[in-house]
Design a protein around this ligand. Structure first.
Ligand code: 13P
Length: 249
């Protein structure tokens, strides 16, 4: 049984003060830690301050992106080592907004995954099809290609450190959620693909998160699906009361 994961991707939202206020309120809402892996992904500028606010608590800190190089002349970029130093234990890689708005290729995403693993960051590796691809019946082929290229050259031991997020592009920020059945179908496909390639244990232990218009209202029916182990939430993760409801679904 994979421990449920509730992750909030704040995207380009919250000042440092707002982020710290959220973190403190989340932390103090629990007298005993929830039986969930709880992850928040603030913008880069708030990482250090949030790390301070959650130190010693159940909350895990994620970054939303990293650069694949160790260091060097990459103006505006941030390395895995810097994220570790700032207190992150996870990093989101291959989000559809990075793929589409910042032209990140599968090959680039693969290099980012390897860079994250090298410094001990757990990647939350995102995959998902567009509306046109779904309508053209290409969902499984698209996901398979993203998995194959994104995970190129990784070992079963690497896979043990990765979380995968299925985020259909058409469901992100649109209020249109995949039905629990639609999401489950793709999650099962991902798990079976991983099991075939890396062994049954890798498949069974893999946490696969669903993302795309998850709210406190629809999370329970999504999480009731056998292959949905968590949620990667954007909009509904920004308000601390809403996030607490998501954690306690
Ligand atoms: P929304 O929950 O706002 O649809 O965003 C999903 C997402 O992109 C999380 O990474």
């Amino acid at each position: 049984m994979v421990r449920p994961v509730i992750a909030g991707n704040w995207k380009m939202n919250k000042t440092v003060a707002e982020a710290v206020d959220f973190a403190v309120r989340l932390r103090t809402a629990y007298s005993t830690p929830p039986d969930r892996r709880v992850i928040i992904a603030p913008p880069f500028t708030a990482l250090l301050a949030v790390a301070d606010a959650i130190r010693g608590s159940f909350i895990l800190l994620a970054a939303q992106n990293l650069h694949e190089a160790e260091k060097g002349a990459y103006t505006g970029e941030i390395s895995g080592e810097m994220l570790r130093e700032a207190g992150c234990s996870c990093v989101i890689i291959g989000h559809s907004e990075r793929r589409t708005l910042f032209a990140e290729s599968d090959d680039r995403i693969n290099r980012k995954l390897r860079a994250a693993l090298t410094v001990g960051l757990a990647p939350i590796f995102c995959v998902g099809e567009s509306l046109r691809q779904r309508e053209d019946g290409e969902t499984e082929a698209v996901i398979e290609l993203q998995l194959k290229e994104g995970l190129n050259n990784l070992t079963a031991s690497d896979i043990g450190k990765i979380l995968i997020a299925y985020e259909p592009v058409w469901a992100i920020g649109t209020g249109k959620t995949a039905s629990p059945g639609q999401a489950e179908e793709v999650h099962r496909f991902i798990r079976e693909w991983i099991a075939r390639r890396y062994g049954p244990e890798s498949g069974a232990e893999l946490a696969i998160l669903y993302g795309g218009s998850v709210t406190p209202k629809n999370i329970a029916e999504l999480m009731a699906q056998p292959d949905i182990n968590g949620a990667l939430v954007g909009g509904a993760s920004l308000d601390v009361d809403s996030f607490i409801q998501l954690v306690g679904y």
